[in-house]
Write a protein that binds this ligand. Structure first.
Ligand SMILES: [Zn+2]
Length: 252
């Protein structure tokens, strides 16, 4: 960031993200420009983050549109994967990490909202995205874990492509967020970095109106990663890594 860069817009409601073009026209009304000052960073107290711990106690196979106006229907929320060795369900790992991440991000000064903080809920992927939209989140971070063959391992993030039919305007910011998060996460955990994957089939991405990433923490189908992701020291590393990536995205 250099002198004169626009870092946000002051309004009576909040200061918007470093990528004001991602905010709606309505949200930019009645605002005045703030310029970057060398050595000063944006105050995280004005940054709103929504964490979505993927899945829930029971999946819901009722259908919802894959994106606004889409005739493609997908399950509201699936049941997720499960640890091959530990037997821990993905929805439990996702919430454990998300709650620790919430604490860490709040310690760093961010405003954090969760789509769920218990397991016995029924919130669809569309509804999770709409929740982040409704609280004017600067970013949405969706926490998941992967399942595949026993030997597949590593972490990755998902973001909409520039050709996404619903949220192409969020692609650049979402890819930037995804890249910062996966790089910092793998640096902190030592997990193999599978990089950023663009994906235009995720309901929780396609309904978003804010930059969004899906973090796949690792493979619960891989014995060593399944065990590692239940280790408390590793969980702390995982959380530090995600938070470091979010800091980096915001230039903090
Ligand atoms: Zn999942």
């Amino acid at each position: 960031m250099k002198v004169g860069d626009t870092i946000g817009y002051v309004s009576t409601q909040y200061i918007v993200s470093v990528k004001p073009e991602e905010k709606s026209i309505v949200q930019q009304q009645n605002t005045s420009k703030v310029e970057a000052i060398p050595g000063q960073h944006r105050d995280p107290n004005n940054i709103v983050i929504v964490i979505d711990p993927g899945h829930q106690l029971r999946g819901d196979s009722a259908k919802e549109p894959n994106g606004p106006g889409s005739s493609t229907m997908k399950a509201r929320v699936t049941s997720g994967t499960r640890g091959v060795v530990t037997g821990v369900a993905e929805y439990i790992l996702n919430l454990d990490i998300s709650l620790k991440l919430k604490t860490e991000l709040e310690n760093r000064g961010y405003v954090v909202h969760m789509t769920r903080s218990t397991h016995d809920v029924n919130i669809s992927n569309k509804e999770r995205a709409e929740y982040a939209n409704s609280v004017n989140a600067d970013i949405a971070v969706r926490i998941h874990a992967n399942g595949a063959g026993l030997s597949v391992r590593g972490a990755e993030t998902l973001a909409p492509s520039a050709n996404n039919p619903y949220v192409s305007h969020l692609s650049n910011a979402s890819i930037s967020l995804s890249r910062h998060v996966i790089n910092a996460y793998c640096a902190a955990t030592g997990f193999i970095n599978r990089g950023v994957k663009t994906n235009d089939t995720m309901t929780g991405i396609n309904w978003s109106s804010v930059p969004v990433t899906i973090l796949e923490l690792g493979f619960m189908s891989n014995a060593s990663e399944d065990r590692a992701m239940q280790d408390s020291t590793m969980q702390n590393n995982m959380v530090q890594g995600i938070a470091n990536g979010i800091d980096a995205y915001f230039g903090l």
